[in-house]
Every structure is written in C-alpha cells, then in structure tokens.
Design a protein around this ligand. Structure first.
Ligand code: GAR
Length: 303
C-alpha cells in the first residue's frame, strides 16, 4: 500500500515519510481540536454530538494538515493536494447538480468541453497503446482519437482497429520535411500526443504546435541508456552489459532531442544475475503497462 501511494504521489521514500507523518499529525491535531470544541459546547454524547463532531473535524482537517505541513517542509505538496481535492469536489458537485436537474445532455456537453483527445504514436507491437486504449474507453474526460504509425503491418494497427480507433499511416518525407502532419492532427482535433514505442524523432514543427503536450515512455531510467538508437531490446542489452542492479521506466515530455525532455515519472525494477534482455524486457513492460495509463490520466486531470 505504501509503495503504491509513494508511486502515485511521485515521491522519494524520505519525502513520502514526511508527507505521511504530516497526514498523521494533521489528523491527530484535527481530532484534538474537534474534541476540544465539542467539550466547550457542553453537549451530551448523543447522535447530534457525533454528527457535529464529524462536521467540525471535516472542516478543520485542511487547516490542520496545511499548518503541520509548514514546519514539516511539505507545504507545496499539501497546497497542491488540497487544490486537487477541492477541484474534484467542485467538479463532482457540478455534475451531480446537473444530473439532479435531469439534464443529461447538458452534462455530456459540459464533460465534452473538458475532454482531451489523444493521438498515440506507435510503430511496434503496440502493447502500451493497447493499455492506453483500454484505460480510456468510455473514460469521462479522455479519449483516444487517433493512432499514428509509420510502419504498415505493425501490430498496433490491428489493436487500433479492434478498438475502433482510426489509424494515420505517416511517411518520412512529409513528417520531417513537410508540416510534421500538424494540420492533419489539428483537423482531427488532437489535443495531446503520447508516444508509445514510436522511434522517429519528433520534428520541431510538431513540438512547436504541441508545447508541453507530447510525452514519451522510455524503457530505462533516463538520463542513462537513452538517445539515438536506444530503443527496445538494445536498451535492455546495454543495461545488462553495464552490470546494473536495477532498471525501470521513464515517462517524460518530448523536446527536440531524443529522450532529453523534462521527466514526469520513473519506476524501477530489480535486476537479478539470471536476467536476460528478454526477461528484463518483460519486467519493464509490466512496469509500463501498470503505470503509463495512470500517469497519462493524472497528467491530463491536472491541466
Ligand atoms: C516500449 O517498451 C517502449 O518503452 C519502447 O518501445 C517499447 C514498445 O513496446 N520505447 C522506446 O524504446 C523509445 N525509445 P509496445 O509496442 O509493446 O508498446
């Protein structure tokens, strides 16, 4: 459970311990204040007492954790955490308000306004693309609108057709020397681009058209084992040849250099002396499938 929370919040272990302690201390302070105020009220311990106590504690809680977060040095984390919580509550409130009015159509329009349409760029087997499509089928605010592929016959094409996602087959000349397919992507109302096993470099025209809106997954712990020519099995071979004791995945923004954009998320897996490039590839794939859809969802829920 702790490991999951740590990964969900993207924290190192020392920071996770500080954040967790802040939750614990904030909760205790909140309970203490709640009991103190209820004591002053002079009410007897009946149903009304407990209802009022729960309301008080709910109201005190954000103030208590934010106060404790300051001496613990965790104020930015809790400020963002409470902001996100508040945002979700407001959104839920709006949705249920609309539902109560019985305006299902209005709800769909409201959701649609915030809906992000993804293009998945992939040119391999497409197992990551598949996980993304599964995650975002009937998703409230994300949909996969397009698969972009540069290899006729790639496995990802069948996966896309299974999920009824249109495929755009691209060719080198237009991608690198033309408009980078920007107009086509805009025509298809693509808001965000996810590279999932796409091996061509992204041209500047595309990066300019989608600033901070293109992300990539890499099967190693960048900044090591990245760059031109570092993909798929070559990465795992290099990691093993260097005698590493762990590898993992990196999800990062894409800039004009291979595998150098700002990192968003990393997860690790151990390497044993028995590992081969194939067994390491399996471990890394398992990490990718587990985290990639969640990280994309989290990222898009924050924009
Ligand atoms: C994935 O492991 C991804 O990290 C890697 O290609 C594989 C595609 O697998 N990407 C790179 O190496 C990019 N440098 P998939 O087609 O089964 O999703």
């Amino acid at each position: 459970m702790f490991q999951r929370l740590k990964e969900k919040w993207h924290l190192s272990w020392p920071r996770f311990i500080l954040v967790f302690s802040t939750f614990a201390l904030g909760g205790s302070l909140c309970g203490y204040l709640g009991r103190m105020v209820m004591g002053l009220s002079g009410l007897e311990k009946n149903v009304l007492y407990y209802i009022l106590y729960i309301i008080l504690v709910t109201l005190f809680w954000p103030f208590c954790v934010i106060t404790i977060s300051i001496p613990m040095g965790q104020f930015p984390f809790f400020r963002n955490y409470l902001r996100r919580m508040w945002g979700r509550m407001v959104k839920k409130g709006r949705e249920s308000g609309l539902r109560h009015e019985g305006s299902e159509n209005q709800l769909q329009t409201t959701n649609h306004k915030h809906r992000t349409t993804l293009a998945i760029f992939a040119s391999g087997a497409g197992s990551n693309a598949q996980k993304l499509m599964e995650k975002f089928t009937n998703h409230p605010f994300i949909q996969v609108g397009l698969v972009v592929c540069n290899k006729p016959g790639a496995g990802v094409i069948d996966i896309a057709s299974h999920h009824q996602v249109p495929v755009l087959l691209i060719e080198k000349e237009r991608f690198f020397r033309g408009d980078g397919y920007v107009e086509e992507l805009q025509r298809q109302k693509i808001d965000f681009i996810v590279l999932a096993g796409f091996l061509w470099k992204i041209p500047e025209a595309l990066i300019r058209a989608y600033p901070h809106k293109i992300i990539n997954i890499h099967p190693a712990l960048l900044p090591n084992y990245g760059g031109k020519g570092m993909y798929g099995m070559r990465v795992h071979e290099a990691v093993l040849a260097a005698g590493e004791t762990q590898s993992g995945i990196t999800i990062h923004y894409v800039n004009e250099h291979f595998d150098e954009g700002e990192p968003i998320f990393q997860a690790t897996c151990p390497i044993t002396p028995q590992d081969t490039p194939e067994s390491l590839a399996q471990k890394v794939h398992a990490l990718e499938h587990r985290h990639f859809p969640e990280v994309v969802e989290k990222l898009l829920s924050e924009v």
